[in-house]
Design a protein around this ligand. Structure first.
Ligand code: COA
Length: 240
């Protein structure tokens, strides 16, 4: 994905960008990163909040607020009651939801104003579904435990500005019908997971997949094929 250069410069864990850039990179807006000044910290907070406010329409900000607070209350509700309450909740928030969905207790869905999903959408416990950049999901899609689906990415091309201040870029994700995303898999922004794909546990899908393929590994590669059905299934992603 081309992120390696940046990771190589400043990606060490538990370290600020300043500590890992030996003088050849000028950090312009990061004085709070060093944690030395309270006023600098609050100005960074202000910059981030202003940027956040500018990035979203009032409706999107309202959805973000509602999914944070009411979503947190509904997230642990067990049993059938939990499924029904979460279905009604996300039916209101999604751009489109084509039928009943099974959002398991503990699943996390954010920026849901950007999600269009077909019928029979299953999201298992601990999965993280992020619709900020636009996410289209077909019918009968299963998302395994702790899988992560991302649809936007940080800008990181300017080495003089910390990534946290460079803003986001939408990279929509499309997932076809009858897709199964295994536990702990990651779908990175901009990918099309074709109809019928099986994504193996812990795979990192960085490229579009072929219809009815089985992909696995990091990065995900095709390891097999599923038999194809006799008739295609129509949906938002793959109209019949
Ligand atoms: C991808 C998957 C469906 C493949 O199942 P399968 O067709 O029965 O494949 P096999 O077990 O025969 O394995 C075929 C090869 O792929 C490899 N492989 C299988 N799953 C893999 C994975 N997730 N990552 C990397 N390699 C994998 C196997 O090691 C084997 O390699 P080999 O031929 O060199 O020995 C399955 O392994 C998987 O990951 N399932 C997801 C389970 C899950 O997440 N459940 C959550 C419930 S929603």
């Amino acid at each position: 994905m081309g992120h390696g250069d940046i990771d190589g410069q400043i990606g060490a864990p538990h370290a600020s960008p300043i500590q890992h850039d030996p003088g050849d990179i000028t950090i312009q807006a990061d004085s709070s990163e060093s944690g030395r000044s309270g006023s600098n910290q609050s100005s960074s907070l202000g910059t981030l909040l202003k940027g956040f406010g500018r990035s979203f329409s009032p409706r999107k900000l309202a959805v973000i607020w509602v999914e944070e607070w009411i979503g947190a209350v509904l997230r642990p509700v067990p049993s059938l009651l939990g499924f029904v309450l979460r279905y009604l909740f996300y039916k209101m928030l999604f751009k489109r939801l084509g039928g009943f969905c099974f959002i398991y207790a503990g699943a996390r869905l954010f920026h849901t104003y950007g999600i269009r999903a077909g019928k029979n959408f299953h999201v298992n416990a601990g999965a993280y579904v992020y619709g900020r950049g636009g996410l289209t999901i077909g019918n009968h899609v299963l998302v395994g435990q702790n899988a992560v689906i991302l649809s936007s990415t940080h800008h990181w091309s300017d080495p003089n500005v910390p990534i946290v201040f460079q803003g986001h870029r939408a990279e929509p994700v499309a997932i076809g019908d009858d897709v199964w995303i295994g536990a702990n898999a990651v779908i990175v922004p901009g990918v099309h997971v074709a109809t019928g794909t099986v994504v193996g546990a812990a795979a990192v899908v960085t490229r579009d997949t072929e219809p009815y393929s089985i992909v696995a590994g990091v990065p995900a590669r095709k390891i097999g094929e599923r038999p194809r059905p006799r008739a295609a299934v129509g949906s938002a992603v793959n109209p019949a």
